[in-house]
Design a protein around this ligand. Structure first.
Ligand SMILES: Nc1nc2c(ncn2[C@@H]2O[C@H](COP(=O)(O)OP(=O)(O)OP(=O)(O)O)[C@@H](O)[C@H]2O)c(=O)[nH]1
Ligand SMILES: [Mg+2]
Length: 277
């Protein structure tokens, strides 16, 4: 892996630039098994409590075998700085400050580019994905390339979402199902922002996501064979604000068309084949 540029003052890592390719890594002794990327933009109100909750879960699930990488887009509220101030008491924590780019899906993949684990994951910082779902995702990784936290099966749900949010989510899924049916045949929730993927399944592939949706991108461009799912109840955001804005639906549609042009996906097993547990 290329040397990672760091600011000596704070230990904050500068985001990689150039092609979005997750490298293969030889995992040396002591390297973490699991690298969790937490993308953030103005999450000052959540980041401290969220990282504490993630740590609590991962210390029980896979103690000393993980790292957490906050990838912050140079937030005006200086989330990156607050996260970096927690690194002293949390040795598994790393912080990337991304100053030259934006976009949620790319942020996740930039984090994986500096990650060291054989298993790569992502989760939102606003508690909408309950942090304890990470333990259940990790339990299901045996023998599969991808485990997806789903709202649409295995006991998952949309929780207390309002009508407008349900309608927009339904609309996005309808477009996705229409244009990328092979993706929907494999997982029930390809719009999920919480999942664990095996590095081997995406390493060396040039990724080109647009906007928010990273999972669709890796389902189409990665070499993902067996997949499994894990249900969770999505929560409402309590603190901070949603970053979703009017351009995101258009970006999503462009991304779906781009992935359709890059399809078809190779013959592949579905979550059902691997057996949702
Ligand atoms: N690095 C980075 N993180 C982002 C960006 N946009 C959103 N995020 C983070 O990604 C996660 C999800 O963002 P939200 O704005 O909550 O989006 P959402 O959960 O899909 O939508 P809501 O249900 O409206 O909250 C949060 O942790 C955000 O801080 C971005 O452009 N860059
Ligand atoms: Mg959110």
């Amino acid at each position: 892996m290329a040397a990672i540029p760091q600011s000596e003052a704070t230990g904050v890592i500068k985001s990689p630039l150039g092609s979005l390719v997750v490298p293969a890594v030889e995992s040396p002794a002591g390297a973490p098994l699991f690298s969790l990327v937490v993308p953030t933009l103005n999450e000052r109100e959540n980041i401290g409590d969220f990282l504490a909750a993630v740590r609590h879960t991962l210390d029980r699930a896979i103690p000393n075998q993980y790292e957490v990488i906050v990838v912050d887009d140079d937030s005006p509220d200086r989330t990156w700085e607050l996260a970096a101030s927690l690194m002293d008491g949390f040795p598994e924590l790393r912080v990337v400050r991304r100053q030259n780019e934006n976009g949620l899906a790319v942020a996740v993949m930039r984090g994986w580019q500096v990650a060291r684990g054989a298993l790569l994951g992502t989760i939102n910082a606003d508690f909408q994905h309950p942090p304890d779902v990470l333990g259940r995702l990790l339990e299901r990784t045996q023998g599969v390339d991808l485990v997806v936290a789903t709202r649409h099966g295995d006991g998952g749900g949309l929780g207390d979402w309002g009508l407008y949010r349900r309608l927009t989510s339904w609309g996005a899924a309808w477009i996705g199902r229409l244009l990328l049916p092979q993706v929907y045949a494999r997982v029930s929730d390809p719009l999920s922002g919480c999942y664990v993927v095996r590095r081997e399944a995406i390493q060396g592939v040039t990724l080109k996501p647009l906007g928010y949706k990273s999972l669709m991108e890796i389902l189409v461009r990665g070499n993902i064979r067996a997949v499994r799912e894990c249900g969770y109840e999505m929560r409402k955001r309590i603190r901070g604000q949603s970053k979703v804005h009017a351009l995101h639906p258009l970006q999503y549609i462009r991304h779906v068309f781009r992935l359709r042009a890059a399809s078809p996906v190779r013959g592949a097993a579905t979550a059902k084949d691997a057996g949702a547990q």
